[in-house]
Design a protein around this ligand. Structure first.
Ligand code: GTP
Length: 170
């Protein structure tokens, strides 16, 4: 079967959304990204369990200025990667806002919670246990820690979400 899925990334400015997408699409990392202006739209076709899956990945700038675009951005989404930065307490505290706005518009769609920047272990502020407890509270079954810099778990996180979104769409 062929699938076309729209995947969105949500989370505060600077948590690494663009870097995660770049790692997933190009398998590379760059420190040169400017804060995303508006929306980046990227595409990757992958084979999952014998199915051709075209994923459109929408990466909206996390700045407040783009708040008005959010509804439009979420329209038709099959799933979301909600990202915080493990070295930033505030990005973790703001997760509620991102998750709630996604759930409001896309009630039944899967979410994968991502704690990014695990390579900065000495600067870590949010523990795995804190995040696990939070995910449970919010009824999110998938939580994974990643590093867009080293590539750790990035492919796994995207594929996890894509699989869930495929199941829901079939
Ligand atoms: P907005 O576009 O403003 O919403 O930001 P964003 O969430 O897309 O963040 P972006 O990918 O632009 O990354 C912000 C900064 O964090 C950049 O300097 C990245 O190089 C850095 N960064 C992203 N991911 C990682 C990571 O896993 N480890 C480390 N050490 N730095 C990272």
């Amino acid at each position: 079967m062929e699938y076309i899925l729209k995947i969105v990334l949500l989370g505060d400015a600077g948590v690494g959304k663009t870097s995660l997408v770049y790692r997933f699409i190009e398998n590379r990392f760059s420190t040169d990204f400017k804060s995303t202006l508006g929306v980046n739209l990227l595409k990757r076709t992958i084979e999952i369990d014998g199915n051709q899956v075209t994923t459109q990945i929408w990466d909206l700038g996390g700045q407040e200025a783009y708040k008005k675009l959010r509804k439009l951005y979420l329209e038709g989404a099959s799933g979301a990667l909600v990202v915080y930065d493990v070295t930033s307490e505030s990005s973790f505290q703001n997760l509620n806002e991102w998750i709630n706005s996604f759930k409001e518009t896309r009630t039944e769609c899967p979410i994968v919670l991502i704690g990014n920047k695990t390579d900065l272990s000495q600067l870590r502020k949010v523990t795995q246990d804190q995040a696990k407890t939070y995910a449970k509270e919010k009824n999110i079954l998938d939580f994974i820690e990643t590093s867009a810099k080293t590539g750790e778990n990035v492919e796994v996180a995207f594929k996890n979400l894509i699989r869930k979104a495929m199941l829901k769409g079939s």
